[in-house]
Write a protein that binds this ligand. Structure first.
Ligand SMILES: C[S@@+](CC[C@H](N)C(=O)[O-])C[C@H]1O[C@@H](n2cnc3c(N)ncnc32)[C@H](O)[C@@H]1O
Length: 223
């Protein structure tokens, strides 16, 4: 085969890949612009559409109330922290953590660090200053590689660590809300949650896109 032929194939392949990339980013942009929750978030002053997932769950389950003391794991850009801080008021407290920086949210104490690292966990525990929590919320999600086995394993590691944290820091009777991606580890994780909580239910708020395999597990009544 002449070299020029291979060069032409490589060039066309590059063009096709660029077209596919720009098509998918255009459709993402289109979806984002038309998204009802994105528009509402802009109007209501929330940093992300994710705010409406927590608001819907909270309307139903009344997890956050004035005076609630809670930890928000995977908090950046900060919409769950905003929702929580607005509800808990002066008598409550929100502690937040993310591997990425987060612009300050009034009433929220934040530290930046990787939750998988022991010294970050210790720093976060110092921030809590020995206070037992009413609630732990975790919306942590790893950067997706597109390889589902790897993404699921990374995601479940974060879920496991969040559950361990909830076990160590929740008051008896406290609650834990966690984002999980349905996959092969789901049943085993559900079982560990059932061992720790009196009741475990699933929630799929409307703001969570149907095509996403994310679902929220809510454990109530820490034993
Ligand atoms: C879906 S976003 C959270 C959105 C947030 N609940 C909100 O309402 O703005 C998931 C977050 O998990 C964080 N995250 C992922 N891996 C983490 C890790 N190992 N330690 C801490 N945060 C992590 C990401 O940086 C990201 O900000």
């Amino acid at each position: 085969m002449p070299l020029a032929y291979w060069a032409m194939l490589a060039r066309d392949h590059g063009k096709l890949a660029a077209m596919a990339r720009s098509k998918s980013s255009n459709s993402w942009l289109q979806e984002h612009v038309n998204d009802h929750y994105v528009n509402m978030a802009q109007k209501d002053g929330y940093r992300a559409r994710a705010a409406y997932k927590l608001l819907e769950i909270n309307d139903k389950d009344k997890l956050i109330r004035p005076g609630t003391v809670l930890a928000d794991l995977g908090s950046t850009p900060g919409s769950w922290s905003q929702v929580a801080a607005r509800i808990v008021g002066e008598s409550g407290k929100v502690f937040a953590l993310d591997i990425l920086p987060m612009d300050p949210v009034p009433g929220v104490d934040f530290i930046q660090g990787d939750f998988r690292e022991e010294d970050v966990l210790r720093q976060f525990e110092q921030l809590l200053g020995g206070r037992a929590l009413d609630l732990v919320i975790s919306d942590m999600a790893p950067n997706m590689s597109g390889m589902s086995a790897i993404d699921q394993a990374r995601s479940f590691l974060l879920c496991e660590l969040a559950l361990e944290f909830a076990r160590d820091h929740l008051k008896p009777g406290g609650s834990f809300l966690v984002k999980v991606f349905q996959g092969s580890d789901f049943q085993a994780y559900l079982k560990s949650m059932r061992e720790l909580f009196d009741e475990v239910v699933t929630r799929k708020p409307k703001a969570s896109r149907d095509r996403s395999s994310e679902i929220y597990l809510l454990g109530r009544g820490r034993r």
